[in-house]
Ligand binder design. Structure first.
Ligand code: HEC
Ligand code: HEC
Length: 284
């Protein structure tokens, strides 16, 4: 239902936007306008004139943060704003919500890091923070249970890859295509140069399995944990862009221009699997 109203909102001319279901009760004035622009940019990241410049693949933020993060699926934005400022091990520093948004630009969107003060990042942060209106800052985030997927990955084999290929053909290929390339403008690519890079959260098989289990097939998420794991292994053993951190930072960025103590990082599909003791060649 939410999805249908998002589609309806997308068809109306800007700036006379109909309020999507999740945007009812917006404050008036500049703050409400920022929230609404942030919502639009997260939903239409590919086409929004302000955001396009920072995007390096064929995805929208909402390709993964389904319903613009306003649902209860893995990857939702509910309680996100209450976690920031927060410590992140990956950057070994305390991140703001704006930093966290920018990190998805570099990794999941395979693009360039916007300035955290840029209208793009600020408007997206306004939308994400608005979803948590009335919630306590530093509120208790529900504890994540132990993931069933880490042990599955530790013992992954070629047989799991072949099983994943079958799950993919039966449940995913109709939309994302056997090639994994999707259909431009309709179904996003799952691997190849237009998809998320090897430094993205979903390039981690455990995270992808969790995400797929709760989100896909779109509108009919029904896979068993075993199937979600197998298909995630299948997807994340395919080629995708390497992540070389320096290539995603604006030229001439100074020591204060990027809030992270980890300043060098390179991730590849092969390297991600090697970290957990697996080899792409043996799996495929
Ligand atoms: C390819 C999928 C994908 C795309 C596209 C993507 N993200 Fe993410 N994003 C994720 C995943 C997965 C996580 C959680 C990562 C983790 O657990 O390490 C995440 C985390 C986040 C978080 C932190 C959420 C929390 O509660 O801690 C924010 C904020 C965020 N993304 C914003 C964005 C924005 C804004 C865009 C578009 C510019 C975007 N993301 C695009 C997959 C994606
Ligand atoms: C009915 C069509 C459909 C099917 C079937 C489907 N997807 Fe998707 N998928 C989508 C759409 C559309 C999106 C973008 C999210 C949105 O628009 O809400 C998406 C997004 C994704 C994404 C995040 C974006 C990206 O391109 O990386 C992944 C990963 C994904 N799907 C994996 C799968 C897997 C694995 C299966 C099979 C288990 C599957 N999907 C089945 C339509 C589908």
């Amino acid at each position: 239902m939410l999805r249908r109203s998002l589609v309806a909102a997308a068809m109306l001319p800007t700036p006379a936007l109909a309020l999507a279901a999740g945007l009812q009760g917006l404050p008036g004035g500049p703050l409400g306008e920022a929230v609404q622009r942030g919502y639009e940019m997260i939903t239409h990241t590919q086409t929004d004139p302000q955001v396009k410049a920072y995007v390096g693949n064929a995805l929208n933020c909402a390709s993964c943060h389904t319903d613009a993060g306003n649902n209860h699926n893995p990857g939702n934005f509910l309680l996100t704003a209450t976690k920031f400022p927060g410590y992140s091990k990956r950057e070994n520093t305390v991140l703001t919500l704006e930093d966290r948004i920018d990190n998805c630009f570099m990794r999941s969107m395979n693009g360039m890091r916007p300035n955290p003060d840029s209208p793009v990042t600020v408007d997206m942060a306004a939308y994400i923070a608005w979803l948590d209106r009335g919630k306590p800052l530093y509120g208790a985030t529900p504890a994540k249970g132990a993931s069933p997927y880490a042990p599955m990955l530790a013992s992954a084999s070629h047989a799991d890859f072949i099983a994943g290929k079958k799950v993919y053909a039966a449940n995913c290929a109709a939309c994302h295509q056997a090639s994994g390339g999707g259909i431009p403008g309709t179904f996003p690519p799952l691997w190849g140069k237009e998809s998320y890079n090897a430094g993205a959260g979903l390039a981690n098989v455990v995270k992808l399995a969790t995400w797929v289990k709760g989100n896909m097939p779109l509108g009919n998420a029904h896979l068993s944990e075993k199937e979600a794991f197998e298909v995630a292994l299948y997807v994340d053993t395919h080629p995708r862009p390497d992540f070389v951190l320096s290539q995603h930072l604006p030229a001439g960025i100074g020591p204060d221009g990027y809030n992270a103590k980890v300043r060098a990082e390179t991730d590849t599909v092969e390297g991600n699997l090697r970290k957990v003791g697996l080899s792409v060649d043996a799996l495929r």
